[in-house]
Ligand binder design. Structure first.
Ligand code: F6P
Length: 327
C-alpha cells in the first residue's frame, strides 16, 4: 500500500447539517497524524474543475455549529463519465492527494466507488444525508437535525391546525426512504403517516384520523413522505380526505428545503466528529472503499457496495408503535 501523506476531503450531493463538523474532524485528525489536508470545493464537480485549497486546523475553526457545508456542494454530471473521473484523478495527483474522504449520500459514495475502481486511490466515505437511507449505519449525519426541524415545524402547524380545526397533510423529505416521516410522526403525535416502504392503507389512515378527532375534536396531521409522490399525488390525497372528512378544512403544507438547514444538533455534531476521526483511523489501517458507520454505538466499516446498494429497512417495531399510539 502506498504511503499516505496528503488527503483530500469533499462534500457532495445534498448538504446536511453536521457536514462541517465532519470536515473539521477529518481535517484535525489528519493533521494530528502528520498528514496534509486539501479541501476540495463543490464536490466532484470541483475536483474536475481543480477547485482545491490547502486546509489547516484554522480553516475549520468556528464551524462545528454551522449548517450547510463550508466546502460547498454540487450534484456533478461530469463525474458520471469516465473522462470526468480521469480529469478529477489527474487534478488530485497534481495536488499530491493520495487518499480521499467523501462526505455525502448514496450518489456521492457511488462516485467514490467509481473513481476507486478506475484509479489507484483509497477512498473512505462518511454518511452525510438527512434521509438516513444508507445501509449499514443506524443513523446518518444530518438526520437528527432534520428530524428535530420537522418536529418543530409540525408542532407549529399543530397550533394553527387545532385553532382552525383543520386537517393538514405535511410533506417531508427523505427521497425514497420514510425514516423522517415515520419518526417525525411519532415525535409530534401526528395522527398518521404515508411511507414509501409500506403500501398506504388509506382506510386505516382514515380510521386513525377519525380516532384522533374523536379524542381531540380539533385537528389532524398526516405526515406524507415525498418518496410516495411517485404513486400518490399529495393534492389528490388531500381531495380524498376532503371527501372523507367534510367537517374539516384540509390543507397541504410542503416543508421543503428548510429541512436541510440549521445548526446541527448535539447528536449530529458528535456523530460527525466520531465518524470523521474514524475515517482517518480507517486509512491508517489500510482500509479503502468503505463507509464508516455507527451500529449500536460501535464504529463499523461498511463496503461501498453494501452501503449504496442494499436497502435500509424501516423498523417494523417502530411502525407498529406509531400505529398503536395513533389508534
Ligand atoms: O438527499 C437529500 C435530499 O434533501 C432529499 O431528501 C431530497 O429528495 C433531495 O435531496 C432534493 O435534492 P435537490 O437539492 O437536488 O433538489
Amino acid at each position: 500500500m502506498a504511503k499516505i501523506s496528503t488527503i483530500g476531503v469533499l462534500t457532495s450531493g445534498g448538504d446536511a447539517p453536521g457536514m462541517n463538523a465532519a470536515i473539521r474532524a477529518v481535517t484535525r485528525a489528519a493533521i494530528y497524524n502528520g498528514w496534509k489536508v486539501k479541501g476540495i470545493y463543490r464536490g466532484w464537480e470541483g475536483l474536475i474543475n481543480n477547485e482545491i485549497k490547502d486546509f489547516t486546523s484554522e480553516s475549520v475553526s468556528g464551524t462545528i455549529n454551522r449548517g450547510g457545508t463550508i466546502l460547498r456542494t454540487a450534484r456533478s454530471k461530469g463525474f458520471m463519465d469516465e473522462a470526468g473521473r480521469a480529469k478529477a484523478y489527474e487534478n488530485m495527483r497534481a495536488h499530491g492527494i493520495d487518499a480521499l474522504i467523501v462526505i455525502g449520500g448514496n450518489g456521492s459514495l457511488a462516485g467514490a466507488q467509481a473513481i476507486a475502481a478506475e484509479h489507484d486511490i483509497p477512498c473512505v466515505g462518511l454518511p452525510g444525508t438527512i434521509d438516513n437511507d444508507l445501509y449499514g449505519t443506524d443513523t446518518t449525519i444530518g438526520y437528527d437535525t432534520a428530524l428535530n426541524t420537522i418536529m418543530e415545524c409540525v408542532d407549529k402547524i399543530r397550533d394553527t391546525a387545532s385553532s382552525h380545526e383543520r386537517l393538514f397533510i405535511v410533506e417531508v423529505m427523505g427521497r425514497d426512504a420514510g425514516f423522517l416521516a415515520l419518526n417525525g410522526t411519532i415525535a409530534t403525535g401526528a395522527e398518521a403517516c404515508v411511507l414509501p416502504e409500506i403500501d398506504p392503507e388509506f382506510e386505516r389512515i382514515n380510521q386513525f384520523i377519525a380516532n384522533g378527532l374523536r379524542r381531540t375534536k380539533s385537528s389532524s396531521i398526516v405526515l406524507f413522505a415525498e418518496g410516495r409522490e411517485k404513486d400518490y399525488n399529495i393534492m389528490e390525497v388531500a381531495d380524498g380526505m376532503r371527501q372523507r372528512f367534510p367537517e374539516l378544512d384540509v390543507r397541504v403544507s410542503i416543508l421543503g428545503y428548510l429541512q436541510r438547514g440549521g445548526s446541527p444538533t448535539a447528536n449530529d455534531r458528535i456523530l460527525a466528529s466520531r465518524l470523521g476521526v474514524a475515517s482517518i483511523d480507517a486509512l491508517l489501517e489500510g482500509q479503502r472503499n468503505v463507509m464508516i458507520g455507527l451500529r449500536n454505538n460501535e464504529l463499523v466499516y461498511v463496503p461501498f457496495t453494501k452501503a449504496i446498494k442494499d436497502d435500509k429497512p424501516i423498523d417494523r417495531d417502530t411502525v407498529r408503535a406509531q400505529e398503536i399510539l395513533a389508534s
